[in-house]
Design a protein around this ligand. Structure first.
Ligand SMILES: [Zn+2]
Length: 170
C-alpha cells in the first residue's frame, strides 16, 4: 500500500487521479518520492513489495516516513535494507509507525537510544512542554541530532519538546 497507485510507483509516473491528489494537497511531493523509492527497492528486496507506506513528510531535509509496525521491524533488523533505503533519500530518514501516540513517535525518532521518560510539564507562563529524558550521557558521538528531533516533533505533532540526558553534563 502506497499513497499513490502501485502502477505509478513502479513506472515513476503519475496518473491523472494521483496528479489531482498532489495538486489538491492530499498527497505531497515527498509521499511520491518515497513511493518511487520503495517500489524501486522492491525490485531487489522482494518483501518491500508488501510494505505499507502511509506518508512521507519532509521537514527541512529530514524525511519522516510512516510505515506499518512490521515494516519498521523488518528495516531495523537489516542494516543492509536500512542503508539501501537511506541512500536513496536526499536527507536523513526517520522511521515512525502510522497512527502512533506522541510518546511512541518520540521514541521512534530516538531509536535505538532508550527514552527513560516522556512527560508533559508546565513551563513558566502556562505553556505546556513535553520533556523527554534520554538514557545515558550526551557525547559528541551521539548519533541523533537533537535539534532535528525538536524541529520534527514541533512540525509533525505541534509539541515543544525539551530533551534531557539521564546523566547531566558538569
Ligand atoms: Zn495513480
Amino acid at each position: 500500500m502506497l499513497p499513490i497507485c502501485i502502477f505509478d510507483a513502479k513506472n515513476q509516473v503519475l496518473c491523472p487521479q494521483c496528479e489531482t491528489k498532489l495538486e489538491s494537497g492530499k498527497i505531497s511531493k515527498s509521499d511520491i518520492e518515497a513511493s518511487f523509492i520503495l517500489a524501486k527497492t522492491a525490485k531487489t528486496v522482494s518483501d518491500v513489495d508488501n510494505f505499507s507506506l502511509f506518508s512521507c513528510k519532509e521537514f527541512q531535509g529530514n524525511y519522516v516516513i510512516s510505515l506499518a509496525k512490521e515494516d519498521i521491524i523488518r528495516i531495523r533488523q537489516s542494516r543492509t535494507l536500512y542503508r539501501v533505503l537511506q541512500e536513496q533519500f536526499k536527507g536523513k530518514i526517520w522511521l515512525v509507525e502510522a497512527n502512533e501516540s506522541d510518546k511512541q513517535f518520540i521514541e521512534d525518532l530516538f531509536f535505538p537510544t532508550k527514552i527513560l521518560s516522556i512527560n508533559s510539564v508546565w513551563a513558566p507562563g502556562g505553556l505546556q512542554k513535553t520533556k523527554a529524558v534520554v538514557s545515558g550521557r550526551w557525547t559528541s558521538k551521539f548519533p541523533i541530532n537533537i535539534d532535528h528531533v525538536k524541529d520534527i516533533v514541533k512540525r509533525a505533532r505541534n509539541l515543544d519538546i525539551d530533551i534531557e540526558f539521564e546523566v547531566q553534563k558538569r
